[in-house]
Design a protein around this ligand. Structure first.
Ligand SMILES: [Zn+2]
Length: 420
């Protein structure tokens, strides 16, 4: 029996097929001018090196982070040195970091089994997150319910928590989106903590009680369920969906380039092997289409917030152009107040600005679509950190991150409540 269970556990987690990153390093590369940016782009785009650009150099003084496989280390180092690009090794051995994360998760699974209690300070599988959503509904049936808005490419549920005191009436609403990029684990972890916080604080905290008297909140903790599962079973650093692209073995589309908003223009790739592949056509990804259809059919969404990591940024449209959005001044003011509220808890500094200048130009992205479809209060957060741990933010930072983010989210939601 023990053997069967053990074997079953291996199959269940897909642990045998996991991609390893032994000896892979993360380089932080400083770029001081346009010439250095084009040199960096040349390096990152060389197919044979298999580099993964974790963070673009958003501006001079904000360096790029690049994952370099062990087999490319020598070549990359000599390129950087030959071209006079400053760099440092931010992560010495990525696999060591991932092994620690994995050990912590396994330890937590054992603890949760014995305590029968969901630990909000740990990372979880999709199944555990969906179970906890059901638990929240069980504990707060007067406030919370679940809605299945569709399915993913691999037929997983697009599972949404709805918070409402409207007794079935269609009211103005807020959409909180998380986990659209699979490897950004802090995003679903922050989202599920936020769900519990909303449920617990309703009736106790004046701000959230008053928001929920007027508006509904819809929260999608894992917007890319196939990708998220794949980060647990096969490749911790997977970003895209898991849809099949005809004519190539490269899998997946960047769901944050797949929205019907200046689709296929700047900052997106038509190469299915790229991490920013925009997909065959707008809404080609079932995950994106499910959310877009739900929001359009509902018709009363006033606010859309998308949670990513990393970089510590609060951003607003546009991503597809550096031209100013019509409401840019107001959105900038709200974003600045949001960053101030976020910093008030433990001093974490967030930069503020439009996506195109804050991070990089990106067409077909989520919040541009929301904004162009009449949802004025559209924001993207890049949560902790600024690159030290990047996508592998340690679990002991989940609750501090969620707590500070909550202050930011509340600032936006209160503003929306007062201005619709
Ligand atoms: Zn992201």
């Amino acid at each position: 029996m023990k053997w069967i269970l053990f074997f079953g556990a291996l199959i269940g987690s897909g642990i045998c097929d996991r991609e390893t990153f032994s000896g892979h390093q993360v380089f932080r590369i400083n770029v001081r001018n346009g010439d250095e940016i084009s040199k960096l782009n040349r390096l990152v785009n060389s197919d044979n090196l298999k580099l993964d650009l974790w963070k673009s150099p958003s501006a001079v003084g904000h360096p790029a982070d690049v994952l370099v496989p062990s087999f490319s280390l020598r070549e990359v180092k000599s390129f950087l040195e030959d071209h006079g690009l400053e760099y440092l090794v931010a992560v010495e051995d990525l696999q060591t970091v991932l092994d620690n994360e994995d050990q912590q998760m396994q330890h937590n699974v054992r603890q949760e089994l014995s305590s029968n209690c969901f630990n909000y300070g740990a990372y979880h599988t999709l199944e555990a997150i969906h179970n906890e959503m059901d638990n929240i509904v069980k504990c707060y049936p007067h406030l919370a319910s679940t809605v299945e808005i569709g399915h993913s490419f691999e037929n997983r549920s697009m599972y949404v928590l709805k918070f409402s005191t409207g007794e079935g009436r269609q009211r103005p609403a807020i959409w909180l989106n998380a986990g659209i990029h699979a490897r950004e684990w802090i995003s679903p972890a922050t989202a599920i903590w936020t769900a519990k916080k909303i449920a617990c604080d309703y009736g106790k905290d004046q701000a959230i009680t008053s928001i929920l008297k007027k508006m509904d909140i819809f929260l999608l903790p894992v917007a890319n369920p196939d990708g998220y599962v794949y980060t647990h079973t096969h490749n911790r650093l997977w970003r895209k969906t898991r849809s099949i692209n005809p004519g190539t073995t490269c899998i997946g589309t960047d769901p944050n380039r797949n929205w019907d908003s200046k689709f296929g223009e700047v900052g997106a790739s038509d190469n299915p092997c790229s991490e920013i592949y925009h997909g065959a056509h707008p809404n080609s990804e079932m995950e994106v289409k499910s959310v877009a259809d739900f929001i359009k059919n509902h018709g009363k969404f006033k606010c859309f917030i998308d949670l990513h990591n990393y970089g510590q940024l609060v951003m607003y449209p546009y991503g597809y152009t550096t031209e100013k959005a019509q409401d840019a001044d107001e959105l900038d003011m709200v974003a600045k107040n949001t960053a101030k509220a976020l910093a008030s808890l433990s001093g974490t500094q967030f930069r503020v600005g439009p996506i195109a200048t804050g991070i990089y130009r990106a067409s077909g992205n989520t919040v541009d679509w929301a904004y162009d479809n009449g949802i004025k209060y559209a924001f993207t957060f890049e949560l902790r950190d600024t690159g030290h741990y990047a996508f592998t933010l340690p679990a002991d930072q989940i609750i501090p991150t969620a707590q500070e983010t909550w202050l930011g989210l509340k600032t936006i939601m209160e503003y929306v409540q007062d201005n619709i």
